[in-house]
Write a protein that binds this ligand. Structure first.
Ligand SMILES: *[C@@H]1O[C@H](CO)[C@@H](O)[C@H](O)[C@H]1NC(C)=O
Ligand SMILES: *[C@@H]1O[C@H](CO)[C@@H](O)[C@H](O)[C@H]1NC(C)=O
Ligand SMILES: *[C@@H]1O[C@H](CO)[C@@H](O)[C@H](O)[C@H]1NC(C)=O
Ligand SMILES: *[C@@H]1O[C@H](CO)[C@@H](O)[C@H](O)[C@H]1NC(C)=O
Length: 622
């Protein structure tokens, strides 16, 4: 996951256009003051009027103008500006043209793009169920010898990674010969053969990790891959490259135990752009669904055809009473700009209705279900409405769903679902979503997890995380994969009574009790924080950070995750999803810090606005 450069650009555009009405000299500070004042949702809506005006001129003028702003602001390298705005600008322009200022959609837009409006309240919508919730609950574990599977996520393989290319560049990811000076032999920061924390994963790392999985977990029954294959050079993505990346990843995954996959936000081109069925566009994402249907044929047989509908599928595991339902979480993702429709749909592409029918059939068949997806639905990346509707379904089928598995944030974490989020306790904890750490080393050592489960109920017994320590100098001789920690060993002793029996389940109540232990035992909490990024660049997390972190664990529904909207940057409430890319590390650690560097650049460049407008005018004079 990476924030799209276009977002920063839009922020710049907003600053500039609004400045037309104020003294241009003090532009940046005025806008910053505006943005910082709590009552600026109205100001944002005024800004939208201006942006709508620009969008009304058509995509070309919109894209050219915003690109110019991006370049002049120095928000990103010129080629990144050109690529990213050209790809994402037309979708934003279409959103803006259809937008009614003052509507739910425009409020949400101001929230997502500028952090200037609070999240609008969830639009009430009751998901329809064919039958009432049964009185049954999750079955107790059988105690039979466990079955294991592997969970991998966010592989982000960079086909253009070059050993010896500079790992110190000004782009979102490095280790590519972007310029002659970056090329192997010409720079003072040569990347090693197995990856760098400033870069996405080389193929050599993928090969190493997949070989390690086979040697460490030779008896694994299957693999869950929770998405994101494509690298973070989002300004360069195109359908041809994404297709090649996906084909390559699937051919590598053929070496793993039977794989169940799901589509990440990076599998789209432009990135994140999954249009729901109701949005007709020449940028239709159908090509991806067709590709995934074909590529998943070996794993799913005829069940793979369903992927063509909206990227989701439901299939039965051959080795036990387990159904795997893979959802397309991108249809609820804040950064999917296709979702900002004039009237936002309650059920984009009808995926939720389909999920209900699949779960209802599973309930009637007495099956256990794993829901897998890319973005966990409690993250602040999830639209509150979609997350609420999804959670109604999780609640209704909580006796059938054994667990949920996601990725996206690149860090190792979990989210608990409750029947009552306003009063979370061990007694109303319903389900656990497990988020796997990434293979790409941009957020810490590359990692995978081995999950041990009850072979009858499919309740989770333990999760063991394996890493290759990229900070260790010997790593570049060939990664050594070692056990990092076991969830049961690390957290089982924290609860009362201690949960240490190998056959005991890590239930939702257990995880709730772990969050209580974190509140009371700071050493335990800090060890969790270290586990998130596999001991790499471990942030200090105390006070509000700790409160908000624990709140996030207790929120599988996004509106309860305590994420606050900070003017100018509402995207990252904590370090989850933090990518620690070169040059932006400090800027991303704290809320609110991402916009400041851009605004200060604007402030430092006297006449920037005039320069930009002039260029655009010259271009369109005739
Ligand atoms: C990257 O290069 C710049 C000089 O071009 C230097 O100041 C900086 O410390 C380098 N960063 C890293 C991570 O080595
Ligand atoms: C697609 O992207 C690849 C890799 O960046 C590039 O080599 C290729 O020329 C691009 N194709 C088109 C049609 O733009
Ligand atoms: C990784 O290696 C570095 C450098 O040797 C070390 O400081 C760090 O503790 C190691 N991390 C883990 C998780 O072992
Ligand atoms: C959770 O804690 C409560 C007490 O607060 C206790 O009664 C219950 O047994 C615990 N459950 C687990 C699974 O740890």
């Amino acid at each position: 996951m990476r924030l799209s450069p276009a977002l920063y650009v839009l922020v710049a555009a907003g600053s500039l256009t609004q400045a037309a009405a104020v003294d241009k000299r003090d532009l940046a500070s005025e806008i910053w003051a505006d943005i910082e004042s709590a009552a600026s949702c109205t100001a944002c809506e005024a800004l939208l009027v201006v942006l709508k005006g620009l969008a009304a001129f058509g995509n070309t003028i919109f894209v050219d103008t915003i690109t110019e702003v991006c370049k002049l602001s120095g928000a990103d390298d010129p080629d990144v500006c050109e690529g990213a705005v050209a790809l994402e600008g037309p979708i934003l322009a279409q959103d803006l043209r259809g937008m009614t200022v003052g509507s739910h959609t425009s409020t949400l837009f101001c929230n997502t793009f500028f952090g200037l409006c609070p999240f609008p309240a969830v639009t009430p919508y009751s998901v329809t169920f064919p039958s009432p919730k049964p009185a049954t609950t999750r079955p107790a574990v059988s105690g039979q010898p466990p079955l294991t599977f592997v969970h991998i996520s966010d592989i982000h393989v960079d086909q253009f990674y070059e050993t010896g290319a500079s790992y110190n560049c000004t782009k979102p990811i490095c280790c590519r010969p972007y310029t002659a000076a970056d090329a192997p032999g010409n720079n003072g920061y040569p990347a090693g053969p197995y990856g760098n924390t400033a870069c996405d994963a080389p193929v050599s790392l993928e090969d190493s990790m997949f070989a390690a999985i086979n040697s460490i977990a030779p008896n694994a029954a299957f693999t869950i891959f929770t998405g994101d294959i494509v690298d973070h050079a989002v300004w360069l993505v195109n359908e041809t490259q994404v297709t090649a990346d996906i084909q390559d990843a699937y051919s590598h995954m053929a070496s793993l135990p039977h794989v169940y996959t799901t589509a990440g936000n990076h599998e789209a081109s432009p990135v994140n752009a999954f249009n729901p069925a109701a949005v007709k566009t020449s940028l239709d994402i159908q090509w991806l669904y067709n590709l995934l249907a074909t590529d998943n044929q070996p794993y799913l047989g005829s069940d793979a055809q369903e992927i063509q509908n909206f990227g989701a599928y439901s299939t039965k595991f051959a080795g036990g009473n387990l159904r795997i339902i893979s959802i397309n979480s991108n249809l609820y993702y804040k950064e999917n700009y296709w979702l900002y429709e004039k009237t936002m749909e309650s059920d984009p592409s009808g995926q939720l209705a389909w999920l209900v029918s699949e779960l209802d059939a599973a309930e009637q068949a007495g099956e256990n279900v794993y829901i897998i997806g890319h973005m966990a639905m409690g993250l602040d990346d999830a639209l509150h409405d979609g997350s609420n509707y999804f959670n109604q379904i999780v609640d209704r089928y909580s006796a059938t769903i054994a667990a949920l598995f996601f990725g996206h944030t690149h860090v190792d974490q979990f989210e608990i679902a409750y029947t009552d989020y306003t009063n979370p306790s061990f007694s109303n904890a319903l389900e656990v979503s497990y988020l796997a750490p990434s293979m790409t080393p941009t957020s810490g050592p590359p990692a995978f997890q081995v999950v041990s489960v009850d072979p009858v109920t499919f309740g989770v017994l333990d999760i063991t995380t394996y890493i290759a320590n990229i900070s260790d100098p010997s790593y570049q001789n060939g990664p050594t994969w070692v056990e990092y920690y076991s969830a049961k060993q690390a957290y089982g002793p924290l609860v009362d009574p201690p949960l240490t029996d190998p056959t005991a389940e890590l239930t939702p109540a257990f995880w709730h009790n772990v969050t209580v232990a974190f509140e009371n035992d700071d050493t335990a909490f800090q060890s969790y924080i270290a586990h998130k990024s596999r001991g790499w660049n471990v942030p200090s997390c105390t006070g509000d950070c700790k409160t908000s972190e624990i709140c996030g664990m207790r929120a599988a529904e996004a509106q309860y995750n305590c994420a606050t909207v900070t003017p100018g940057i509402n995207f990252r409430k904590r370090d989850e999803g933090l990518e620690r890319l070169p040059g932006v590390v400090e800027e991303r650690v704290c809320d609110g810090a991402r916009l400041r560097p851009l605004l200060s650049k604007l402030a430092a460049r006297d006449g920037l606005l005039e320069e930009m407008l002039e260029k655009v005018q010259v271009k369109y004079r005739e």
